[in-house]
Design a protein around this ligand. Structure first.
Ligand code: NAP
Length: 295
């Protein structure tokens, strides 16, 4: 299956390399063209001039761009190059509604759009071990198997268009709670003067552990938060979760609290750091209390 890739960011560049390793990658396109040229030179594939040109040379195109308007913009820009039977596999995290809008836009062309958001972080993208949550036409999902198998290890079909994004939104709510709990716990442990490496090693095998704790608590020990998963991207996801819950007349407390904390981090200029930067706010609670005591 001749496959193209659009969106060579923290996730996408690794994902494109895995498609190349599987012998599927024909070409790439990126909004900032230098990134596409550099990766094309590394992998020996084409750097397309436009999304439509890439689509015209491929049977399938995988996208991994930032947010809802970006996906709709790229889909629009590809349309002229798509044919009946072309497959667009969107691995970005966007709303279920955006997935349904994109699918509806491609239907008159006879091209299929699958929402296939992913989980597993930059490491999962690099190692080809992502969890992939798919929605869209079941036949299109079957045709997408070679590309999906190159990108992930757990690949699940959830149903009609938008179902993959609903599953991903569920994951992002869970992540919000874990991100806050780990930051709070690590700030607490630091205030107690515990040896933090030893703590992560030990609690990493305990009942409160998670992928996030094992892989991101070390950022908090080092006081460095390279992306990773950017604060502004998770804030974007939680905005989607907020809107999806609001349709049921519900405000989710964990989502609301993290949106507040992310707004503060973004205002202070930390929006492009990894979400583990939430530790900055939790550590500050202890630092402020200590200086109040000292007064
Ligand atoms: P990133 O490093 O910020 O990369 C974003 C990519 O999207 C870049 O290639 C960017 O192009 C492109 N882009 C943005 N707006 C665009 C537009 N209007 N038109 C065309 N291209 C556009 O983000 P990322 O971390 O790879 O995340 C990408 C997606 O995966 C997001 O939806 C995110 O929520 C999701 N995700 C991320 C993680 C993670 O751990 N990072 C995990 C799971 C899912 P330029 O190079 O020109 O900026």
């Amino acid at each position: 299956m001749r496959t193209g890739f659009i969106g060579l960011g923290a996730m996408g560049a690794h994902m494109a390399r895995n498609l190349h390793r599987a012998g599927l990658l024909t070409g790439v396109w990126n909004r900032t063209p230098e990134k596409a040229r550099a990766l094309a030179a590394e992998l020996g594939c084409d750097a397309a001039e436009s999304p439509a040109e890439l689509a015209a040379h491929c049977e399938a195109v995988v996208l991994c761009v930032s947010a809802d308007p970006d996906v709709l913009g790229v889909v629009q820009a590809m349309a002229a190059g798509l044919r009946p039977g072309s497959l667009v596999i969107d691995c970005s995290t966007v709303s279920a509604e955006t997935a349904r809008t994109a699918e509806a836009r491609l239907r008159p062309i006879g091209a299929d759009f699958l929402d296939c958001p992913v989980s597993g972080g930059v490491e999962g993208a690099r190692d080809g071990t992502l969890a992939i949550m798919a929605g869209g036409d079941a036949g299109a999902f079957e045709r997408a198997q070679p590309a999906l198998a190159a990108l992930g290890r757990t690949i699940t079909y959830f149903g009609a268009s938008g179902s993959g994004q609903a599953a991903k939104a569920t994951n992002q709510i869970m992540c919000a709670g874990i991100i806050e709990a780990v930051a709070e716990a690590m700030a607490f442990a630091r205030a107690h003067g515990l040896p933090l490496e030893k703590l992560v090693e030990t609690l990493g095998k305990g009942a409160g552990s998670s992928w996030y704790f094992v892989h991101r608590a070390p950022n908090m020990i080092r006081g460095s938060y390279p992306a990773g998963f950017r604060v502004r991207l998770h804030a974007k996801d939680l905005g989607i979760c907020r809107a999806m819950a609001a349709r049921f007349g519900v405000a989710l407390p964990v989502v609301e609290r993290m949106l507040g904390e992310y707004a503060e981090l973004i205002e202070r200029g930390y929006g492009d750091e990894d979400v583990s930067a939430d530790f900055r706010l939790k550590a500050q609670l202890f630092d402020e209390a200590a200086s109040d005591h000292a007064v």
